[in-house]
Design a protein around this ligand. Structure first.
Ligand code: BGC
Length: 253
């Protein structure tokens, strides 16, 4: 299936048409700046611009940095607070005049990584996929099936949330060297390992590209590996999520 996958983030909105069977991008990846303030209407308008620039009139699916349940946004850690309770799928569908499907950004990136990346080797196991970016996103897979909308970046940690302590933006905010960041992230991994005991932890998001600079700080027993799909996972995974939703809709008819 050909679907426009869009990765909506705090600084950029990125999209490309994806062949969901191969995970290949069929158009160039286009990136527009996330408008500030990133309110629902402003993001919807930027999404429209992106779709028009790509020249696409087929189905669209997005990863969004919040808990999204049945088309409604319920959290807003790193996005404008006015998103809370917004009917995001209705808003985007109305704006684009086509069906738009939306899910949590880490969940969709995890779907791509499980299908086209390292997750292929762990289909019958318990996988924790974490994205390290502005926040920390999480996606939990049991035997290849997603337990959606987990928020392990918000575990209480040192009196605040874990993502305030050791996301990539925390690394920049505290001006941490990679080894210092690694030591912090290792503390966090030790905690999630204790809570969840996954078979493997896969790290995605911006900071996973620098995995070699800090991985030696990890002392957890669980295997920790960098994602393979890296920064395209959000786009590819969004398109794959769109395919799942389209197939579900077809079944219901
Ligand atoms: C949000 C998550 C999101 C993660 C990565 C967190 O602040 O609460 O929903 O997946 O950031 O963007």
């Amino acid at each position: 299936m050909k679907i426009l996958g869009v990765d909506i983030g705090g600084s950029g909105i990125k999209g490309a048409v994806v062949d969901t069977a191969t995970g290949e991008l069929l158009t160039e990846r286009l990136r527009l700046k996330t408008p500030q303030p990133a309110t629902p209407d402003a993001i919807a308008a930027t999404l429209k611009e992106l779709v028009e620039q790509i020249g696409w009139d087929g189905p669209v699916a997005c990863g969004f940095p919040a808990r999204v349940i049945r088309g409604v946004v319920y959290t807003a850690a790193n996005i404008d607070k006015s998103w809370i309770n917004t009917e995001i799928e209705k808003l985007f569908s109305r704006t684009l005049k086509t069906d738009v499907f939306v899910a949590n950004d880490a969940d969709v990136a995890g779907i791509a990584e499980m299908h086209f990346g390292k997750g292929r080797d762990y289909q019958d196991q318990q996988v924790l996929f974490l994205t390290i970016g502005t926040g920390i996103g999480s996606a939990l897979f049991l035997n290849g099936r997603l337990y959606a909308n987990t928020e392990f970046g918000h575990l209480k940690f040192h009196g605040d949330s874990a993502e305030r302590y050791c996301s990539d933006s925390a690394r920049e905010r505290y001006d941490l060297k990679w080894k210092e960041f690694g030591a912090r992230f290792n503390e966090y991994l030790t905690y999630v390992e204790f809570l969840l005991q996954p078979d493997v932890i896969i790290l995605g998001g911006g900071a996973s590209k620098k995995f070699d600079k800090y991985a030696e700080c990890f002392t957890v027993k669980t295997k920790v590996i960098p994602a393979e799909t890296l920064n395209l996972a959000g786009i590819i995974g969004a398109a794959m999520y769109g395919e799942i939703r389209l197939k579900e809709a077809k079944k219901k008819k």
